[in-house]
Design a binder for this molecule. Structure first.
Ligand SMILES: [Zn+2]
Length: 247
């Protein structure tokens, strides 16, 4: 039986049982495995990890663990300069895009409402989600750690909160999306971009009260749904204010 020492930092502790959180602990093993398999066997999906130090040196996921190794595992850093060591994740996406799992319909709508690109269907299966992530460079949003442990998945985020507003906050923080927020830019129903449209082009499609009181309209280029700054707009502004962000 061999022995190694492990410590996980910051939010990676969310995946650990209480007795292993925020402290160095020992782990015993018989066969040498990759550090990726080791970390995931302890419960942390590799997509959450950005830096692994073994005996103070950075290693990649394929590193084979040795008896006596002292391993530190770090999450994605937001403001800490570690440019001289080996980051494990793919480079950040210039304009982050997402694909959400079937349980995150409500979250997807909230993210689209503030302009974030999120693919979602209530019948997506895991294969489709992984394929869309790889083909279109989309980070997977999920509450299922299993999908994030798959070798081919490089971008993903495990949602902690069960409350949608907290979930939006988590994602804005983790992917540094504050600057991306843009209301009235994306269709809540189908994720397509909206375009301003002249009122006279659509008057016959508006409820009379809306036609009488509103002057600014947007149309979804795909499903043709029309948006205007009515009561749902006020609700959206209240929501954005509650996020602590102003656009
Ligand atoms: Zn639409």
């Amino acid at each position: 039986m061999h022995k190694i020492y492990l410590r996980f930092y910051e939010e990676l502790n969310d995946f650990l049982p209480e007795e292993k959180r925020r402290k160095r602990f020992t782990h015993q093993f018989i066969d040498r495995t990759s550090v990726k398999d080791l970390i995931e066997s302890i419960g942390v999906p590799h997509t959450e990890v950005d830096l692994i130090l073994v005996n103070c040196k950075s290693v990649n996921f394929r590193y084979l663990i040795n008896d006596g190794d002292d391993i530190s595992v770090y999450p994605v850093f937001e403001s800490f300069d570690i440019s001289d060591v080996q980051h494990l994740r793919a480079k950040p996406l210039r304009t982050p895009k997402f694909v959400a799992d079937v349980h995150l319909g409500k979250l997807s709508k909230y993210l689209r409402m503030i302009g974030i690109d999120v693919l979602y269907k209530n019948d997506f299966d895991d294969e489709e989600i992984v394929e869309l992530s790889l083909k279109e460079g989309r980070a997977i949003l999920t509450k299922d750690k299993g999908i994030l442990k798959r070798n081919e998945v490089t971008r993903g985020y495990w949602i902690r909160s069960t409350k949608v507003e907290e979930q939006v906050k988590e994602i804005l923080k983790r992917f540094d999306l504050q600057k991306e927020i843009k209301e009235f830019s994306r269709c809540i129903e189908c994720n397509e971009l909206l375009k301003p449209i002249k009122k006279e082009m659509i008057t016959n499609r508006l409820p009379p009260k809306v036609a009488d009181t509103q002057y600014e309209f947007y149309e979804c280029q795909s499903c043709k749904k029309i948006y205007w700054k009515g009561t749902h707009y006020q609700r959206m502004l209240t929501f954005i204010r509650r996020l602590g962000i102003w656009v």
